[in-house]
Design a protein around this ligand. Structure first.
Ligand SMILES: [Zn+2]
Length: 223
Protein backbone atom coordinates (compact mmCIF):
# COMPACT_ATOMS: atom_id res chain seq x y z
CA UNK A 1 0.00 0.00 0.00
CA UNK A 2 1.37 3.35 -0.89
CA UNK A 3 1.99 5.84 1.81
CA UNK A 4 -0.23 8.33 0.09
CA UNK A 5 -3.16 5.93 0.21
CA UNK A 6 -2.52 5.20 3.81
CA UNK A 7 -2.34 8.85 4.65
CA UNK A 8 -5.51 9.47 2.74
CA UNK A 9 -7.26 6.85 4.75
CA UNK A 10 -6.02 8.09 8.04
CA UNK A 11 -7.13 11.58 7.24
CA UNK A 12 -10.58 10.33 6.46
CA UNK A 13 -10.31 10.98 2.73
CA UNK A 14 -13.17 9.05 1.24
CA UNK A 15 -11.44 9.06 -2.13
CA UNK A 16 -8.55 7.03 -0.85
CA UNK A 17 -10.89 4.26 -1.80
CA UNK A 18 -10.31 0.68 -0.87
CA UNK A 19 -8.11 1.50 2.05
CA UNK A 20 -10.99 3.42 3.52
CA UNK A 21 -13.77 1.57 1.85
CA UNK A 22 -12.80 -1.58 3.62
CA UNK A 23 -12.66 -0.03 7.01
CA UNK A 24 -15.84 -0.40 8.95
CA UNK A 25 -16.28 2.12 11.63
CA UNK A 26 -14.82 1.08 14.92
CA UNK A 27 -18.26 1.33 16.38
CA UNK A 28 -19.82 -1.28 14.16
CA UNK A 29 -18.44 -4.16 16.17
CA UNK A 30 -17.16 -2.61 19.34
CA UNK A 31 -17.30 -5.68 21.50
CA UNK A 32 -13.91 -6.15 23.18
CA UNK A 33 -14.53 -9.86 23.46
CA UNK A 34 -15.25 -10.11 19.79
CA UNK A 35 -12.13 -8.20 18.91
CA UNK A 36 -9.89 -10.30 21.09
CA UNK A 37 -11.52 -13.54 20.10
CA UNK A 38 -10.63 -13.12 16.49
CA UNK A 39 -7.53 -11.01 16.73
CA UNK A 40 -5.33 -13.91 15.73
CA UNK A 41 -7.17 -14.67 12.54
CA UNK A 42 -5.16 -12.30 10.42
CA UNK A 43 -1.89 -13.71 11.69
CA UNK A 44 -2.81 -17.18 10.61
CA UNK A 45 -1.10 -18.49 7.53
CA UNK A 46 -3.41 -17.90 4.62
CA UNK A 47 -4.65 -21.18 3.29
CA UNK A 48 -4.76 -19.89 -0.25
CA UNK A 49 -1.98 -17.77 -1.59
CA UNK A 50 -2.35 -17.93 -5.33
CA UNK A 51 -5.62 -16.12 -5.72
CA UNK A 52 -6.56 -18.54 -8.44
CA UNK A 53 -9.46 -20.91 -8.12
CA UNK A 54 -9.08 -24.60 -8.35
CA UNK A 55 -11.33 -25.32 -11.26
CA UNK A 56 -14.70 -26.79 -10.51
CA UNK A 57 -14.00 -27.38 -6.89
CA UNK A 58 -16.96 -28.78 -5.11
CA UNK A 59 -18.21 -27.06 -2.02
CA UNK A 60 -18.15 -29.85 0.48
CA UNK A 61 -19.74 -29.90 3.85
CA UNK A 62 -16.40 -29.88 5.65
CA UNK A 63 -17.25 -26.72 7.46
CA UNK A 64 -14.43 -25.30 9.48
CA UNK A 65 -16.60 -22.93 11.40
CA UNK A 66 -20.03 -22.91 12.85
CA UNK A 67 -19.77 -19.34 14.01
CA UNK A 68 -21.64 -17.92 11.06
CA UNK A 69 -24.95 -16.61 12.19
CA UNK A 70 -28.17 -17.33 10.38
CA UNK A 71 -30.10 -20.50 10.57
CA UNK A 72 -31.42 -19.99 7.06
CA UNK A 73 -27.99 -20.37 5.55
CA UNK A 74 -27.20 -23.58 3.71
CA UNK A 75 -24.09 -25.70 4.06
CA UNK A 76 -23.02 -24.33 0.69
CA UNK A 77 -23.42 -20.78 2.01
CA UNK A 78 -21.30 -21.52 5.05
CA UNK A 79 -18.58 -23.38 3.20
CA UNK A 80 -18.43 -20.73 0.49
CA UNK A 81 -18.02 -17.92 2.99
CA UNK A 82 -15.22 -19.89 4.59
CA UNK A 83 -13.48 -19.91 1.24
CA UNK A 84 -14.08 -16.21 0.77
CA UNK A 85 -12.49 -15.52 4.14
CA UNK A 86 -9.50 -17.66 3.18
CA UNK A 87 -9.19 -15.58 0.03
CA UNK A 88 -9.32 -12.39 2.09
CA UNK A 89 -6.48 -13.67 4.24
CA UNK A 90 -4.47 -14.42 1.10
CA UNK A 91 -4.67 -10.75 0.09
CA UNK A 92 -2.55 -9.94 3.14
CA UNK A 93 0.41 -11.66 1.53
CA UNK A 94 0.78 -8.74 -0.86
CA UNK A 95 -0.40 -6.04 1.48
CA UNK A 96 -3.79 -5.63 -0.12
CA UNK A 97 -6.89 -4.84 1.87
CA UNK A 98 -8.20 -8.26 2.97
CA UNK A 99 -11.34 -8.79 0.93
CA UNK A 100 -12.08 -12.14 -0.69
CA UNK A 101 -14.78 -13.44 -3.01
CA UNK A 102 -15.88 -16.72 -4.52
CA UNK A 103 -18.52 -17.50 -7.13
CA UNK A 104 -20.55 -20.67 -6.82
CA UNK A 105 -22.64 -22.36 -9.49
CA UNK A 106 -24.85 -24.99 -7.94
CA UNK A 107 -22.56 -26.37 -5.26
CA UNK A 108 -19.35 -25.82 -7.20
CA UNK A 109 -16.91 -22.99 -6.69
CA UNK A 110 -16.05 -21.72 -10.15
CA UNK A 111 -14.03 -18.68 -9.11
CA UNK A 112 -12.09 -17.63 -6.01
CA UNK A 113 -10.20 -14.36 -5.87
CA UNK A 114 -9.10 -11.63 -3.55
CA UNK A 115 -8.36 -7.96 -3.72
CA UNK A 116 -5.30 -7.32 -5.90
CA UNK A 117 -5.34 -3.57 -6.21
CA UNK A 118 -1.93 -3.05 -4.65
CA UNK A 119 -0.48 -6.17 -6.24
CA UNK A 120 -1.45 -5.20 -9.77
CA UNK A 121 -1.88 -1.44 -9.56
CA UNK A 122 -5.28 -1.93 -11.15
CA UNK A 123 -7.97 0.25 -9.54
CA UNK A 124 -10.64 -2.21 -10.68
CA UNK A 125 -8.95 -5.29 -9.23
CA UNK A 126 -11.43 -5.77 -6.44
CA UNK A 127 -12.10 -9.34 -5.37
CA UNK A 128 -15.64 -9.30 -6.74
CA UNK A 129 -14.70 -8.01 -10.19
CA UNK A 130 -11.89 -10.53 -10.52
CA UNK A 131 -14.16 -13.34 -9.36
CA UNK A 132 -16.92 -12.33 -11.79
CA UNK A 133 -14.45 -12.34 -14.67
CA UNK A 134 -13.13 -15.73 -13.69
CA UNK A 135 -16.65 -17.11 -13.32
CA UNK A 136 -17.66 -15.78 -16.73
CA UNK A 137 -14.61 -17.45 -18.24
CA UNK A 138 -15.64 -20.68 -16.59
CA UNK A 139 -19.24 -20.71 -17.78
CA UNK A 140 -18.41 -19.21 -21.17
CA UNK A 141 -20.85 -16.34 -20.83
CA UNK A 142 -21.08 -12.95 -19.20
CA UNK A 143 -24.47 -13.94 -17.82
CA UNK A 144 -24.18 -15.34 -14.30
CA UNK A 145 -27.83 -15.47 -13.30
CA UNK A 146 -27.46 -18.99 -11.94
CA UNK A 147 -24.51 -18.06 -9.77
CA UNK A 148 -24.02 -16.80 -6.23
CA UNK A 149 -21.11 -14.56 -5.27
CA UNK A 150 -19.84 -14.68 -1.70
CA UNK A 151 -17.72 -11.78 -0.55
CA UNK A 152 -16.38 -10.84 2.86
CA UNK A 153 -17.29 -7.15 2.59
CA UNK A 154 -20.39 -5.40 1.30
CA UNK A 155 -19.68 -4.56 -2.36
CA UNK A 156 -18.83 -1.05 -3.47
CA UNK A 157 -20.63 0.76 -6.28
CA UNK A 158 -18.27 -0.53 -8.94
CA UNK A 159 -18.64 -4.14 -7.87
CA UNK A 160 -22.38 -3.90 -7.37
CA UNK A 161 -22.62 -2.43 -10.86
CA UNK A 162 -20.58 -5.30 -12.24
CA UNK A 163 -22.96 -7.73 -10.54
CA UNK A 164 -25.91 -6.08 -12.25
CA UNK A 165 -24.13 -6.24 -15.58
CA UNK A 166 -23.44 -9.93 -14.99
CA UNK A 167 -27.11 -10.48 -14.12
CA UNK A 168 -25.86 -12.20 -11.01
CA UNK A 169 -28.43 -14.32 -9.23
CA UNK A 170 -27.44 -13.73 -5.63
CA UNK A 171 -24.80 -12.10 -3.49
CA UNK A 172 -23.90 -13.00 0.09
CA UNK A 173 -21.62 -10.70 2.01
CA UNK A 174 -19.87 -11.07 5.33
CA UNK A 175 -19.96 -7.63 6.84
CA UNK A 176 -21.38 -4.25 5.94
CA UNK A 177 -19.25 -1.36 4.71
CA UNK A 178 -20.79 1.74 6.27
CA UNK A 179 -18.55 4.06 4.26
CA UNK A 180 -18.76 2.73 0.73
CA UNK A 181 -21.12 -0.24 0.62
CA UNK A 182 -23.50 0.13 -2.30
CA UNK A 183 -25.92 -2.68 -1.49
CA UNK A 184 -27.51 -1.79 1.83
CA UNK A 185 -25.40 1.00 3.32
CA UNK A 186 -25.74 3.35 0.33
CA UNK A 187 -27.31 3.48 -3.11
CA UNK A 188 -29.12 0.10 -2.92
CA UNK A 189 -27.88 -0.75 -6.39
CA UNK A 190 -29.00 -4.37 -6.28
CA UNK A 191 -32.64 -3.97 -5.34
CA UNK A 192 -33.86 -3.59 -8.91
CA UNK A 193 -35.22 -0.09 -8.50
CA UNK A 194 -32.11 1.90 -9.39
CA UNK A 195 -30.69 -0.36 -12.08
CA UNK A 196 -32.28 -2.86 -14.42
CA UNK A 197 -31.62 -6.06 -12.53
CA UNK A 198 -32.34 -7.26 -9.03
CA UNK A 199 -29.80 -9.38 -7.21
CA UNK A 200 -30.94 -11.38 -4.22
CA UNK A 201 -28.95 -10.27 -1.18
CA UNK A 202 -28.02 -12.07 2.01
CA UNK A 203 -26.22 -9.66 4.33
CA UNK A 204 -23.91 -9.71 7.32
CA UNK A 205 -23.52 -13.44 7.70
CA UNK A 206 -20.03 -13.26 9.25
CA UNK A 207 -19.73 -9.68 10.42
CA UNK A 208 -17.37 -10.07 13.35
CA UNK A 209 -14.75 -12.17 11.63
CA UNK A 210 -14.81 -10.34 8.29
CA UNK A 211 -14.82 -6.97 10.02
CA UNK A 212 -11.97 -7.91 12.33
CA UNK A 213 -9.82 -8.91 9.38
CA UNK A 214 -10.14 -5.35 8.14
CA UNK A 215 -9.78 -3.69 11.51
CA UNK A 216 -6.58 -5.58 12.31
CA UNK A 217 -5.22 -4.76 8.86
CA UNK A 218 -5.83 -1.04 9.15
CA UNK A 219 -4.71 -0.89 12.73
CA UNK A 220 -1.39 -2.44 11.72
CA UNK A 221 -1.01 0.24 9.05
CA UNK A 222 -1.50 2.99 11.57
CA UNK A 223 0.96 1.64 14.10
ZN1 LIG B 1 -15.57 -3.17 -5.09
Amino acid sequence: MSSSTQEGCESGNRHAWKACEGQPSEGSNPSPSAMSASSGAVDATPSEASGAADASESVSADLASTDLADTDLTDTDLASMERAVAQAEAALLHDDVPVGAVVVHGTTIIAARHNERELTGDPSAHAEVLALREAADHVGSWRLDECTLYVTLEPCAMCAGAMVNARLGRVVYGTADPKAGAVDSHFHLLDGTVLNHRVEVTADIDAVRCGDLLRVFFRSRRS
